[in-house]
Design a protein. Structure first.
Length: 204
């Protein structure tokens, strides 16, 4: 039986946010990491958080791995592949830690497509998110072994002829909107329920 592994890419250092660890930023009173963990809960056989070397608090059932200190999400993807060992038939689902509103069907839908096509990535209309992707593990290993130093997830997905999965018809707001700037943080806070019961969190 095919297993599904989950990997949360949590190595972002938040350079444009003053050097804060993205995983620890709170949206609607919850850490970004905890929000993404909930989407994976019960959906995968094993869950990994790639931290980029940061010390992050995680549940005991979650395996924490540190990448080799390189820049970008590809190092987190490599670290996950190395951790998972020699399995070839399994599916691995990646999610960026700074996307706090991932759809509830994200893991199931993208894993199913990757199992059929080898690789898949998330999109919302014209926007697409290569770090929110899923792969057959053997396909990912092949692409990582052949990639050039300057390649990123977009290049790997293109070379693998990955399927584009669009959630535009299922959501009125982009569920993959992520956090890179203060403006992003304010926009995401306004979408999140306030922990004190208000309709939306106040602007920062």
């Amino acid at each position: 039986m095919t297993k599904t592994f989950g990997v949360i890419l949590a190595g972002g250092s938040g350079t444009r946010l003053g050097g804060v660890r993205k995983a620890d930023i709170r949206i609607g009173g919850q850490r970004l990491l905890d929000r993404v963990l909930m989407v994976f809960d019960g959906q995968v056989d094993h869950l990994i958080v790639s931290t980029g070397g940061f010390d992050l608090a995680t549940p005991k059932a979650v395996q924490v791995v540190a990448d080799r200190g390189g820049s970008g999400p590809l190092e987190g993807m490599r670290a996950a592949c190395e951790t998972l060992g020699p399995e070839a038939a399994e599916i691995v689902v990646f999610a960026a830690v700074d996307a706090p509103f991932l759809p509830s069907d994200y893991v199931r839908r993208i894993a199913s497509t990757a199992g059929d096509r080898g690789a898949a990535f998330a999109a919302y209309g014209e926007s697409f998110y290569p770090t929110n992707s899923a792969w057959r593990l053997e396909t990912l290993r092949k692409q990582l072994a052949a990639c050039k130093p300057d390649d990123g997830p977009k290049v790997l997905l293109r070379k693998a002829s990955a399927s584009r999965l669009d959630w535009k018809d299922q959501s009125g707001h982009d569920p993959f909107a992520n956090l890179n700037t203060l403006a992003d943080l304010i926009a995401l806070q306004r979408r999140a329920p306030d922990p004190f019961g208000n309709q939306s969190a106040p602007a920062l």
